[in-house]
Ligand binder design. Sequence first.
Ligand SMILES: Cc1cc2nc3c(=O)[nH]c(=O)nc-3n(C[C@H](O)[C@H](O)[C@H](O)COP(=O)(O)OP(=O)(O)OC[C@H]3O[C@@H](n4cnc5c(N)ncnc54)[C@H](O)[C@@H]3O)c2cc1C
Length: 494
Amino acid sequence: MPSSVRRLTMATITNSLSLKHTLSFGFPQSKTLTRNRIPPSSNSLAFRCYASYANENREYVIVGGGNAAGYAARTFVEHGVADGRLCIVTKEAFAPYERPALTKAYLFPPDKKPARLPGFHTCVGSGGERQTPEWYKEKGIEMLYEDPVENVDIEKQTLTTSSGKLLKYGSLIIATGCTASRFPAKIGGDLSGVHYIRDVADADALISSLGKAKKVVVVGGGYIGMEVAAAAVAWNLDTTIIFPEDHLLQRLFTPSLARRYEELYQKNGVKILKGASIKNLEASSNGNGHVAAVKLGDGSIVEADTVIIGIGSKPAVGPFERVGLNTDVGGIKVDGQFRTSIPGVFAVGDVAAFPLKIYNRIARVEHVDHARRSAQHCVKALLSAQTNTYDYLPYFYSRVFEYEGSLRKVWWQFFGDNVGETVEIGNFDPKIATFWIESGKLKGVLLESGSPEEFQLLPELARSQPPIDKAKLQNASSVEEALDIARGSLKAAV
Ligand SMILES: Cc1cc2nc3c(=O)[nH]c(=O)nc-3n(C[C@H](O)[C@H](O)[C@H](O)COP(=O)(O)OP(=O)(O)OC[C@H]3O[C@@H](n4cnc5c(N)ncnc54)[C@H](O)[C@@H]3O)c2cc1C
């Protein structure tokens, strides 16, 4: 056996199947030598067996059909291990898509060319092939739609789905993402006209409400709240955003940066109520169970016929608690190759609590870039001899007011850690940058409206954390000059 194949075989055995159980699959047992396998022709008997999945056994199963699942599927295909061997079980009725679009182009008003499937199926976000449902069929990947997994039996290596299917897996990848946090029913969280947004079905329900709405309240000043509020004013709706913090996106923005965004939102017609708590959502007095107002902690009332709650999300650990949870950050505990404590069981994307090597801490990251990279890393570790530890650099971005005719389209990116002191350069129009500096080192950078070359510099800076002259940076007269200073510090550090 050539050494590369032997290495592949060894890695597959260690990372993949638990050796406790011998699985008998409904297809030839050439699993570990896949790279050398000649794919069966589409009219051969073998192919028909693969495609029909006559029995309950599956070699590789991904639970969840979101961003991470889409990129995992792509990596299986790249390794030649998808055809007849990979099954994706998802709660949704759609093949994986780029979820961030749901609060961006998906919410554009009908006359402003909103995004619709199949336009944003995975991997549009990273420039790969568009993975439509047909793509999965062509690649021989079995898709089980609208059939959430309700139970896992770790000893027997089986999953039970809501429709009653029993699936025996060889290796299992949990990619169940998060669920949107809800207001309890007793304070009106379930009234009609109250929306949470996590998937296409939620976004469709919201669009249908926006089409009839007059007064919209968005609860939450984070990414989701900011993106939805920016979309609602494009529908010419009376829009108020309410949040308990002192300013927008408190987890990342400095007060000064947030002020610029708040001014932009106000110029676009969004009313902002900050430092406000919600007491409850009030139902209409006509008894139809529709929301009519938001009552604040101070007793004041904001009228609303449509309310969108964007107050965060929770890892969807669902039936997988026994796989081992992390109690600090939530989610399923994994190592640097996304292995859980159970051999042959992996977790990726939003639901995974993984070692964030660069900052030496355990983290859960709810961002699409991590979903993509974690899925790719996990599948490579599962299928090949790769033993590298995942080394993720935190990256966040958002885009708002992107629709045709808006006063100004806004796009920012952040890389690194938002710790230490900050230096802000630029006045937002045309661009602005914020640098986070701790113990004399550059730790994080946010750039708004940069050029592609400027955006490219950010991960280099955040990854290298070069020593930087704060006074010199503060004296920069433009964002370009500040970035030149940062670039210089990068070169000096080499
Ligand atoms: C509206 C919105 C806007 C966002 N905007 C941005 C952004 O601008 N930038 C950014 O970086 N990130 C953004 N994110 C976050 C990003 O989309 C997520 O980090 C990413 O989707 C995580 O991928 P995932 O595969 O781990 O989870 P998801 O994409 O959420 O996929 C999880 C899938 O698992 C399914 N599932 C759950 N439980 C089960 C079960 N028991 N059985 C079967 N299937 C199950 C779900 O239905 C879903 O299909 C946004 C998220 C949302 C909701």
